[in-house]
Design a protein around this ligand. Sequence first.
Ligand code: GTP
Ligand code: MG
Length: 409
Amino acid sequence: MKIVIIVPTYNERENIVPLMTKLKEQFRHIAHDMHILVVDDNSPDGTGEVVRKETEYNKNVHLLSGSKMGLGAAYIRGMRYALGELKADVVFEIDADLSHKPSDVPQMVAALEDGADFVIGSRYVVGGSLPVEWGLLRRLISKVGNIVARYLAGMYKIRDCTAGFRAIRASLLKCIDLGNLRVQGYAFQVALLHRALMLGAKVREIPVDFIDRTHGKSKLGLSDIVEFIINAWWIRLQSSRTFIKFVIVGASGIVVNLGFFTLFIEQGLSKFLASPIAIELSIISNFLLNNYWTFQWRQAGDSVHVKGLKFNAVSILSLGLSYGMFVGLSIMYPKAVPQVHQLLSIAPALLTNYFLNSYWTFKKGANVVGHHAEERQKDDNGNRFGRKLDTLELPDLTLKLSDRESSRL
Ligand SMILES: Nc1nc2c(ncn2[C@@H]2O[C@H](COP(=O)(O)OP(=O)(O)OP(=O)(O)O)[C@@H](O)[C@H]2O)c(=O)[nH]1
Ligand SMILES: [Mg+2]
């Protein structure tokens, strides 16, 4: 296999040579055609010049220079070059600042040889770690970022979604329209992983220790963080028709709730009676829409009667929560318009309704899993990654746990 290790650099002059030396040491233990591709954005500190000199007497070192447009843009440029010009079979992502240990590369290559399509040098599987020097805030930022990616972008099965140490099979990468990821900065890592998962890639996480950089500065900026969050929401919206439908149903529930509430109090009904009736009406309209539209494909599982009973239980709980909040707000802020109390009290009812109904009343039936298994079978028989990206729910993933993790189970 031809393996190209892509190293994005921006002002990494002090780090790049030690990294390349350590990588080349590892190459001696790997029985593949190993290359290094440095993607430098005309670093003002002269990183590119140092690498250019290296390319003069080392045929396996390549330099791609360009203007600074962000980490994601640099990786996209590098991956296109690795696939198109260098004809790579596998590309690696690695940071230049020695945060990722080159000594982990052979293990990641072994995981590819073992059949994985996408290998992650993971800090969050058992055996992986964050730098001991990192304070609480730095750890928190990293963990929150990862939680956002896992749960908001819907990749909860992956422990380290934001890792920048990865090995990706070219056959998988060629099926991903890199230009279409619409990301410039660090959000690239999450966007790319998400596409790989959508294509049914076999992802494997290998535990790694992340080392704190000793030279140079972090390039993570505010715009990267903003893009990261927007991208996670975008993936969430795109990858879940269910979620979009739920938001629409939720919005219609608010109209029903407030509409009836206003109607009832205009008719002279006490606001304390109008509130629960309006809530109940909106819960019923939400249920009907969710049953026949949002979750219509989850018709397996319980019978309609059982679903009805569960729905009633959820409704009573939601009603209690919502009404309790309405009464509480009315007592605490008696001068406020009652519609404001009613609006605020919708939130707990909506959330309780969605989560309980989604994960309990309308939980995914066995046939859905079977559907995905069938699809995967089709992929395995034909073009594994050739499936069109019109399946908006994430497929069930064939994930291999790291060795240490599976031995723990
Ligand atoms: N070519 C290029 N490389 C970049 C850009 N931004 C970051 N990098 C490189 O991407 C890698 C990761 O960036 P870091 O600044 O180390 O980000 P980080 O690891 O989240 O931050 P630290 O933990 O503080 O190191 C490094 O090799 C950077 O030089 C960019 O805009 N262009
Ligand atoms: Mg770093």
